[in-house]
Design a protein around this ligand. Sequence first.
Ligand SMILES: [Zn+2]
Length: 478
Amino acid sequence: MRLLLTGFLFIASSARAQIDSVFFRRVFNEALENGQAYSRLGELCKTIGSRLSGSPQADKAVAWGKQMLSGYGFDSVYLQPVMVPRWERSKTEALSFTSAVFNTAIKGEKLQDFNCEAFEELPLKPSKNHKIPAVALGGSVGTSGKLQAGIVSVHSDAQLDSLGKAGVLKGKMVLLNRPFPETYLNTFRAYGACVGQRVNGASKATAFGAVAVLVRSMSNRCDLHAHTGVMIYDDKQSKIPAMAVATAVANLLDKLSQQDPNLRISMELGCQSMPDAPSANVVAETRGSNYPKSIITFGGHFDSWDQGEGAHDDGAGCMHAFEALRLLKSIGYQPRHTLRCVWWMNEENGLRGATEYAAVAGKNNEKHLAALESDRGGFTPRGFGVDSVFLPKVLKYKALLDAYSIGEIEKGGGGADIGPIRKVNPNAVLVGFIPDSQRYFDVHHSETDVFESVNKRELHLGAAAVAVMIAILDQELD
Ligand SMILES: [Zn+2]
């Protein structure tokens, strides 16, 4: 009897589930009929809102997350403590300009001259001091009092270098004004081409004697919303304040800077860096029935910038991961390996959560077979970026993935939060979730990244896509 029973269990537990059209249908039906991601994202965005690392809202979000996940009957839900950097915006945050020619400069201009349909919305009334939609970049130092200077607009690193060497930038504010290349189909590529000016621009400009930088917002859209994001100082250079300005304003200042030699910008910033603060990654898992010590991890980052509600970036990715775990559980899927949903803290300005996650994994001798990250928003899913070594296994499911419009499989997976796992498990397969990219930078890091900008069906389709990919990894990896 004992032998028979053991034999039966062995057969039952080693049998692999069929990841077929019936399986896909069940996952997608559950997501589309009973999906939880959208309502939970709404709770997060509307009861807590933005979640900048180390802020009281981030603390509240961690407590909410643990309690919410505990209600779904997963095998375990826990917090993984981590210290995070803390930078805080101040109410003192203002940018304005005075220009003798401003009114005449725009008089008679056609809107298309600014290549911006939103230009007519500019709340710039003829007056002495024109307020500019602008926000401090994350990590920026403040100003001591009001900082006033003339402005020079530059469109490339080469121009920054040549103007700097000519001494033109000394004592000036520099507008780093390289726009997204509109011809790039994937907007993340355009972001990659421009984001250097936001991250390192202040230290480059200060080397030439600049007193502050304004950075054109990282967006395809021409509008009046400023997009913040991380900036990093070179310790060898003096630190100058840095703000993002809305794209429409960057266009205007660029034009005015050429027409008005007396254009003056005034900046006042009270933001500051503070001591590290305690925080946590939030984890939920379903234990594997065959290999509980082998882990497939998937998630997004739980922190966000303090503009908007962090809905697409990256509340959506966190909800994709939680919902994928829930979907697989609710259709009765028995994972072979342990499935672990992680909401990493502090991706935006430090990556401390992901770094700590990998360090703990190393300390505990955990074996990560794979890691999947969703950090490109909650838009219609298209496919996945997959490590080349695992590509042939995914392509076996290409017809099924195509049937659900998620068959765009790119070579090369990864993401900021899952990268560190490779340090402890060099063979872990990395996968990046890829949704449609066209609208992401309309809202990224700005006041428009709110719950209302997320579409319920798109979010739920994304969660279902993540769930089927997790099941494929679970079945194909050993
Ligand atoms: Zn993000």
